[in-house]
Design a protein around this ligand. Structure first.
Ligand SMILES: [Zn+2]
Length: 238
């Protein structure tokens, strides 16, 4: 049986770390493989600590961010790839959407994770969602034989944004990340440019763990990550 493949696409190189690193680690621990794509490095808008250094340059920030994200991805067993399209603003043009669709046809993911459609605090996250959503449709076709190369439709979920209520994010899936939480912590530690988020997202994992315990009655769950399915989950029986 072929490995289950997960594709995580973020607007900025660190987005996957806060929101899906645990899901990536559990996926890989279960024998899957994961590819993380960053549409930009978040070099201008999400690299605060690095810009405090005198004589800092965009190229140097991008180099550091590439290194950090590669190490964070490795900490949860994933590959990291950067499109380097620039951030604040992130513009994903038709050619880049085609590039993303081509990557999806090659990788043929079983599950795709990205940002929610809406984020009133961030101009780039919705742009990433729109690009991923479009590329995914161009990859799978309309569910009938197509006159272009396709890959089977993937599951499609969005990961938890910073302020979920304001992004119309309602969790429909909790992933128990208790067993891999150390890996998530390690991944977060690599994102030195955004240290202020490490504690925040460790707390979020604890809170979602509490919610997952309530849903399941499983007292073993300590940490979880929340996701929202955009498409129905098809099962053989209930
Ligand atoms: Zn971001």
């Amino acid at each position: 049986m072929s490995k289950r493949r997960m594709l995580v696409i973020g607007a900025h190189s660190a987005d996957f770390v806060w929101r899906a690193a645990g899901a990536v680690a559990t996926h890989n621990a279960a024998g899957g493989e994961a590819l993380v794509v960053a549409l930009s490095y978040g070099e201008r808008g999400e690299s605060g600590e690095l810009w405090k250094q005198p004589d800092q340059t965009e190229e140097n920030v991008k180099r550091i961010r590439h290194d950090e994200a590669s190490k964070a991805a490795a900490a949860v067993g994933a590959e990291f790839q950067a499109f380097d399209l620039g951030d604040y603003p992130l513009h994903v043009g038709p050619q880049e959407v085609d590039r993303l669709a081509e990557l999806m046809r090659d990788f043929a993911p079983h599950v795709v994770l990205t940002h929610p459609e809406k984020d009133p605090f961030n101009p780039d996250h919705p742009a990433a969602h729109a690009a991923v959503s479009r590329a995914r449709l161009l990859t799978s076709g309309a569910g009938v034989a197509s006159g272009f190369r396709t890959a089977p439709p993937s599951e499609f979920l969005v990961f938890e944004p910073h302020q979920p209520e304001l992004c119309d994010f309602t969790p429909t899936v909790y992933v128990d990340i208790t067993a891999v939480f150390d890996q998530k912590l390690a991944a977060m530690t690599h994102m030195a440019a955004q240290q202020y988020l490490q504690e925040y997202y460790a707390q979020r994992a604890d809170q979602r763990g509490n919610h997952a315990r309530k849903v399941t009655g499983n007292s073993e769950i300590r940490q979880a990550e929340a996701f929202q399915r955009l498409l129905p989950n098809v099962v053989e029986s209930l």
